[in-house]
Design a protein around this ligand. Sequence first.
Ligand code: ZN
Length: 586
Amino acid sequence: MRFSDTFLNDLRSKIDIEDLIARYAEVRGRGRTPVCLCPFHNEKTPSFVIYKDTQSYYCFGCGAGGDAITFIRNIENLDYTEAVRFLCERTGTDFPNDPVDDELTRQRRRCYEANREAARFFHAQLSQPHAQQAREYIQKRALTKETVVRFGLGYAPASWDALLKHMRSKGFSDQELILYDLARKTAKGSCIDAFRNRLIFPIIDLRGNVIAFGGRVLDDSKPKYLNTSDTVVYKKSQALYALNVAKNGNNDRLILCEGYMDVISLHQAGFTQAVAGLGTAFTPEQAKLLSRYCTELLICFDSDEAGIKATRRARKILADTDVKLRVVRMVGGKDPDEIIKKYGKERMREILEGAVNETEFALQSAKARFDTETADGKVGYLNEAVGVLAAIPNAVKRDVYITQLAGELQVSKAAIEAQVAKLYRNARKKEEKEVFGQAVKHLRGEDTPSPNPDKRRYPRAVKAEEHLLAALLANPAYLRKFASRLNEDVFMTPFNKRIFAAVSEKIEQNLSLMPSSFSATENEETVAYISMLLALSSQVGTTEKSFGDYLTILAQEKKKAERSESGPLTDADFLARIADCKKTDS
Ligand SMILES: [Zn+2]
């Protein structure tokens, strides 16, 4: 839906972009130009810049940029209208009550409604006579009534159309139900329930919306677990099960498990920080999400081979975040559910408390691969262990482990120390080199992604166009002042031609040139690009003279391109071009 400028201006005036972003990322260098690690891609040095004077942001690493609304859209995974609603709630602003939803917003709202209705239906089925098998399963897993209600568990009847009939009676069309993956189409073209004879786990987002379902079989059919496919409100790579209940724990720790039942057993036993992925391998998006809600993560995967592999993958992905990792070793059972059932929650608590940190885990896994009773095995283990210790940045911590290792293997401490120190120095040197290389690239603008497909072909023209647009954003009056020379045809690349049209339209209508003004009418890519241009305007010349120069460069580039496109060069052309190049390069 469209919002009036007065409304958006009012909303905007109540938000400080720096404070808003600081809720999601640790903002450093609070002052004129605050920076932080980009919340939209994994990085170790900050390239996400906040521009207070334009109330915008831009990431030089991945090209994300925009205003408060764009930020909320992306970080909360909302559409435009929902993001505005979200900011209204945060700032106590009344949301305009003549909603003319656009199609996507309407679809998403319908999908939430359908899911909520389906969740209610599944839950109500649990107490029906035909749900006997589901109730037996719940009993077997020793889930209390309270737990069943808390997680909204339900039952999908063993029928082809029980849910369909119910949803049709509530006004949902078959087409909608297929779109929301509550129903599926058979090869013959008829419509059937997506979940049949399964125990249902609703998946709920942080704002309490039912976004998807997981269903576990109650007989021997396959697959054992069935999940909603991606829909307009659900991307399984970006969601976590039970984060809606887990994040309310007041402790900074979360427990990552493998499946629904692990999470539910842990919650019931009082470990309410448990969450799980949703039937996919752990993703960087999930890592990013977790890092927003905890400082320490306990990985609690099954003790089988698949679990060990999954742990390794998660550790690798989480290494790019600043979450402290501890790996839980399942002793006496293959998963938390089994351990709690067999030995009780005290045993589980001990196991969670005994979770080893990264270093201990790496040392233990290395040791398990060697027979340290033999000399060869000892050397092999030592070599690997030294590598692990050299990766510890803290000197005191390094020393603790070196002492421990020397005692354990009865080797001189000095020998291990020397070896670790050598590796440590090499690693630092390599790291410094990398950081330096990154910085150089950054300064040259090589790693700044551009949405303009012609940047490679006409690098000089695109640069001049970008500077021209940046200067125009800083001085809207140039539009009139340079009216005789400045029009759409000045731009060589269709991309910037379009941006110029958007910018000049705002100027002519006397509207704000902040990204927020564009986010109401333009797509996200354009808003990010405008944010980049605004960032650029504080770094390039924006005087009338520079503006004139940019126009001149563009005229030259245009001529050059036209010449090279109009067949083979004559000698005279060739000489003229050489002369041109000399002039512009100096
Ligand atoms: Zn980024």
